[in-house]
Write a protein that binds this ligand. Structure first.
Ligand code: SF4
Ligand code: SF4
Length: 333
């Protein structure tokens, strides 16, 4: 299939770039810190490929080394600790302590499927600005458990957001997309790359999107992404980082990834052994072409697979707890 990118389409897709403000890189929104690769459930087309990733946990030393390279030169709105399932990481409490002090974002958020959240102590839960529970159908997380997480958040001064994902979109194909113009179109129409600006830190490197860590892995069954930039503390690193983040060409991973324009299907839990088989289709058959055209004409920020069901409200006691936490954080610097 040969699809041309017209000049009008390219211009219509207004890309939100990272900007240098007061000497600091301000990305569009998120920085994700990947703290584990594996997960306790196995969602079809998981866009972090967790069902087939080997067990891996970041350590607090890994997090400190990587975040230090960004401290003072890069500051996101949100630092999201994510996996896989981050609560599986036995070092998570120490990673949260490191992340809370790193000063690379305004808010610290833990993103979890919520099933194992009881493993987190109150002390550690209270260090987070927010817990975001990704709620998938048929994984056994009952309404009562969600309410208990909300009440715990209210008690500890931590916001709790619950987002339901009744539907997913195709993320990855194990086959390479060889049509360069279609690759360009997928990248230009990808909300992750162009609107959400979701950067990711993983094993000493920073990536323009988390999918680019994993897309090459689904191609060759080994994670050897070419899309990362090695983090370092060199004097010229900030300019190198800014140029990298705002690069105006598709990633190598875009050849195996549909971004936000894959066809939609109802969320499914699948057996791990069968997870990769679902990826063995040509990417051309996984793309929602109508959505891709709409995205190229102008993208909205809304993730149409995600339904936020109710956000935790800021109570007076939560505000007081939050204020105390900020003071403690600054006092410990
Ligand atoms: S909960 Fe599902 S989508 Fe999230 S990391 Fe685990 S397998 Fe992937
Ligand atoms: S790899 Fe490309 S298409 Fe996939 S999320 Fe990243 S930028 Fe978007």
């Amino acid at each position: 299939m040969n699809v041309e990118v017209s000049a009008t389409q390219a211009a219509a897709t207004l890309r939100v770039k990272s900007k240098l403000e007061n000497g600091v890189i301000r990305p569009p929104t998120n920085l994700e810190l990947i703290v584990s690769d594996h997960c306790n459930i196995s969602c079809r087309q998981c866009n972090h490929a967790s069902p087939v990733m080997r067990k891996w946990n970041a350590t607090a030393e890994d997090a400190e080394r990587d975040l230090q390279c960004l401290t003072g030169i890069y500051r996101a709105k949100y630092l999201r600790l994510i996996g896989g399932e981050p609560v599986l990481n036995p070092h998570l409490a120490d990673i949260i302590r490191v992340a809370a002090k790193a000063d690379v974002a305004e808010k610290l958020i833990l993103v979890t499927n919520g099933i194992l959240l009881d493993r987190l102590s109150d002390d550690v839960f209270a260090m987070l600005d927010e817990v975001e529970v990704s709620h998938y159908p048929n994984v056994g997380l009952k309404d009562a458990a969600i309410e208990a997480i909300r009440l715990r958040g209210a008690r500890l001064g931590t916001g709790v957001r619950v987002a339901k994902y009744p539907e997913f979109r195709y993320s990855f194909s194990s086959q390479l997309l060889r049509d360069e113009q279609l690759v360009e179109k997928i990248w230009r129409g990808c909300r992750i790359a162009n609107i959400w600006g979701c950067h990711a830190v993983y094993k000493g490197k920073i990536y323009r999107c988390p999918q680019s860590i994993y897309a090459s892995g689904v191609r060759q069954n080994a994670c050897d992404s070419k899309d990362g930039l090695a983090l370092n503390q060199g004097a010229d690193f900030q300019q190198i980082l800014l140029d990298f983040l705002n690069s105006s060409s598709p990633l190598d991973a875009c050849r195996n990834c549909m971004g936000t324009n894959g066809k939609k299907f109802s969320h499914e839990i699948v057996i791990r052994k069968g997870w990769s088989g679902d990826l063995d289709q040509p990417p051309e058959e996984m793309i929602d072409y109508e959505l891709l055209e709409t995205s190229l004409a102008g993208m909205s920020e809304i993730d149409d697979c995600r339904v936020v069901i109710r956000e935790g409200k800021w109570s007076r006691s939560r505000f007081a707890t939050r204020l105390r936490r900020i003071k403690t954080r600054f006092a410990s610097r």
